[in-house]
Ligand binder design. Structure first.
Ligand code: NDP
Ligand code: A1CAB
Length: 271
């Protein structure tokens, strides 16, 4: 597999670099991030953007979305048009990436932070004129750090709500469950271990069963038993509505970011 260049070695760029089968060449404006990553992953450090682009054919953009506008001109100077690109930036559409990078060889990813454990769930979508070769390469990159799902780009915002961002919702749920355990007399660290194992049990059941989640949950509820009491408390706390609202909030923010990126590009084209 050809070497991948990575710009940005923070939470996600670092997590991806750690799970790639080959050595990535990485660049970060903060050299300490590269030093820290070097202790965890087999990487090559590029001394500059120029150095990075001179040594790879495909580059994964892993900087915050708001950094991209200042990065594009620097990348264009290094002949971005001759490179293939993967972007993991939330809320930055393929059309904007292709125009700014002057390349149609662009694939958009939405991974999650579990890439560090090769357990990410990644949505991918390619520019309409992207080559099959680059799509296949990008897919193999996504699969090297977890599962990959081909999605239409217009489903990316919803995907962020149920995966990219939702991993944080699930972690918060795990914390809340553990605090419930603490209230019941189990120390936090032990409660968290038990909750994490219970998440694994849930996933094993859900992914191997053809039953609807509600059907499985109903099997847990003994008549007049313990679970139904907790289920009633969840219902009174509008659990489903709160979770759906969280998903919708992340989805709407992603759509607003996409709209803003498209508008900014429209304005710059008119100048
Ligand atoms: N965090 C997550 O779970 C997920 C994030 N994403 C996407 O991944 C991208 C990165 O997010 P995340 O990893 O959390 O962000 P981080 O801030 O952790 O990482 C970004 C890194 O890029 C560095 N950087 C900033 N400017 C430049 C530059 N001009 N050239 C090179 N490096 C630069 C930052 O340095 P410094 O800190 O000094 O600014 C930082 O080390 C975002 O676009 C986000 O939307 C997608 C899915 C999940
Ligand atoms: O919060 C964010 O914007 C990024 C994208 C998905 C997860 N983290």
């Amino acid at each position: 597999m050809q070497k991948l260049g990575i710009i940005g070695c923070g939470n996600m760029g670092g997590a991806i670099a750690r799970s790639l089968p080959g050595k990535a060449i990485v660049y970060d404006s903060d050299p300490r991030k590269v030093e820290d990553l070097n202790k965890l992953a087999d990487i090559e450090a590029a001394s500059s953007l120029e150095d990075l682009l001179a040594n790879v054919e495909c580059i994964l953009l892993a900087v915050k979305p708001q950094i991209l506008p200042s990065l594009y001109p620097l990348l264009r100077k290094q002949q971005s048009s001759k490179k293939a690109w993967i972007s993991i930036a939330a809320g930055v559409p393929l059309s904007v990436l292709a125009k700014e990078l002057e390349s149609e060889q662009v694939v958009r990813f939405m991974p999650n932070i579990a890439a560090s454990q090769k357990a990410a769930v990644t949505a991918y979508a390619a520019h309409q004129n992207c080559s099959e070769e680059h799509i296949a390469y990008a897919r193999s990159i996504a699969q090297s750090f977890g599962q990959a799902f081909a999605l239409n780009e217009n489903q990316f915002s919803a995907f962020i709500g149920i995966s990219g961002s939702a991993i944080a919702f699930m972690l918060q749920f795990c914390h809340a469950l553990s605090m419930g355990g603490v209230k019941g007399g189990i120390p936090y660290s032990q409660a968290l271990e038990i909750v994490s194992a219970t998440m694994n049990s849930t996933n094993a059941l859900l992914s191997s069963s053809k039953s609807h989640p509600v059907e499985l949950a109903t099997m847990v509820c003994s008549a007049g038993g313990t679970t139904i009491e907790g289920m009633q408390a969840l219902s009174e706390g509008a659990f489903d509505a709160v979770v759906m609202h969280a998903v919708q909030s992340s989805c709407e923010k992603s759509k607003a970011m996409e709209d803003r990126a498209l508008l900014a590009q429209e304005i710059s084209e008119k100048r």
